[in-house]
Design a protein around this ligand. Structure first.
Ligand code: NAP
Length: 415
């Protein structure tokens, strides 16, 4: 085997995905970079790759095929090149526009910054997109998991995740507290740690634009703005206002608000329109449990989106199988949403579904929908037949235990 290089190896007949006028142009042999990831990453990547390649082959009979090229980040990059996130990795994703990754180690305190966060920020992947739906008969804590079928668009670059934080007792925190007191008459307790929560019109509107475009393209019937604007008026409240503004400015013909729905349409959504509504963050959690079928697409600032993504995934028993993507304008990185599960590394044991379903999202994003549909179909049938990995097998009566690679084979057989 050739020695790994930081610079991605270009497959001879591969071509670049291009982006023009807001649209991807995907050739029949697109070059797609992948990061295996750390811990169990290589296990689940092998499984996901088999499934993605088989789906493309079955859907297009050889007329289309992905030309993979390997890139590196986190532990593996450190081991090979003594770098945490090599510039070549960032550049490859920027150049080839669509990439996929397994989970990456995040040092808990000190050391390197999260490579995941770094990639999102450097590449300006401003939307974290998480579809959440139930795959029967995955065990879950609610009575009607089938009623939840949503996609969450979480802002990825602002809010408390912008990383502007000062340690309690630091010179910076003390100076900021003194400034707020002296200049803005805002009093904070001396010795507090301080974090800044920026939310901008630009950041909010581009997220809402992407969310509404997705809702239109996928036939979603409503977009719900999740915010805590009753308390944080100028950040979360402004997020809500800017989302409504964007809908009115750019999607007036395709959307109606709840007010208009009741004033003009007697509560019945006209055909072809998307309902734009908002919910206070705490109520949103209740609503998703009590009336899940009234929600379709949720758009949220970073922290709300973080919480609701995991809560919704847990509701359908699928934290370990929920897929995700980080998407910017013409650049997207698809990923497993769980961590590296290092204790199972190299055992061919863990569930590859999250990365497999992220692969499905990737194919859909590329416009290769027929192949994406095959992945979902194969995965649903494999799970329905109860041929599952250890995590589901231990919860399902009568299930047949499969290794990570065997589960991938079962998905392919069921496509
Ligand atoms: P984790 O790797 O997600 O693992 C926690 C537990 O979740 C595992 O022990 C296992 O449970 C279960 N699990 C995770 N993935 C699974 C899979 N594919 N199939 C079946 N079960 C799975 O979380 P962690 O131990 O907190 O984090 C480990 C490392 O991953 C840390 O460095 C963390 O920062 C990083 N991380 C990376 C990402 C990312 O790259 N996107 C996300 C989260 C965490 P059982 O033990 O019960 O079997």
């Amino acid at each position: 085997m050739s020695k790994p290089t930081k610079q991605p190896v270009i497959p001879p007949d591969g071509e670049r995905i291009e982006y023009a006028d807001g649209e991807l142009r995907v050739p029949d042999r697109p070059i797609v970079p992948f990061i295996e990831g750390d811990g169990t990453g290589p296990d689940i990547w092998r499984a996901a790759r088999l499934v993605i390649e088989s789906a493309v082959e079955k859907a297009y009979g050889g007329a289309r095929a992905i030309r993979w090229t390997q890139i590196y980040a986190a532990d593996r990059a450190l081991e090979l090149f003594d770098e945490w996130v090599p510039d070549e990795t960032v550049e490859a994703i920027r150049t080839f526009r669509v990439a996929i990754k397994g989970p990456l180690t995040t040092p808990v305190s000190g050391g390197h910054r999260s490579a995941n966060v770094q990639l999102r920020q450097v590449l300006d992947l401003y939307a974290c997109v998480r579809p959440v739906f139930w795959v029967p008969p995955v065990p879950c804590p609610v009575k009607h998991p089938e009623k939840l079928d949503i996609v969450i668009f979480r802002e990825n670059t602002e809010d408390v995740y912008a990383g502007v934080e000062f340690r309690a007792g630091s010179d910076e925190a003390d100076r900021l507290i003194a400034f707020l007191d002296a200049e803005l008459d805002a009093k904070l307790r001396a010795g507090s740690g301080v974090g800044i929560k920026p939310i901008s019109e630009f950041g909010t509107k581009r997220l809402m634009r992407m969310a509404l475009a997705h809702a239109l393209a996928r036939g979603r019937r409503s977009v719900t703005i999740m915010h805590k604007g009753n308390i944080m008026k100028f950040t979360e409240g402004a997020f809500k206002d800017w989302c409504y503004e964007l809908a009115a400015e750019e999607f007036a013909d395709e959307t109606v608000t709840e007010q208009v729905l009741w004033d003009e349409h007697d509560g019945k959504l006209p055909d072809g329109k998307i309902l734009v509504k908002d919910r206070i963050a705490d109520a949103m959690f209740q609503q998703l449990l009590l009336r899940p079928d009234e929600y379709d697409l949720i758009v949220a600032p970073n922290l709300n989106g973080d919480y609701v993504s995991d809560a919704a995934a847990a509701q359908v028993g699928g934290l370990g199988i929920a897929p995700g993507a980080n998407i910017g304008d013409g650049v997207a990185l698809f990923e497993a949403t769980h961590g590296t599960a290092p204790k199972y590394a190299g055992q061919d044991k863990v569930n590859p579904s999250s990365l497999i379903l992220s692969g499905r999202m990737m194919l859909e994003y590329m416009g290769w929908r027929e192949a994406g549909d095959r992945i979902l179909d194969g995965l649903k049938k494999a799970v329905a037949a109860k041929t599952v990995t250890y995590d589901l097998e231990r919860q399902m009566e009568g299930a047949k235990l499969r290794k990570c690679s065997e589960f991938a084979e079962a998905v392919v057989e069921n496509m």
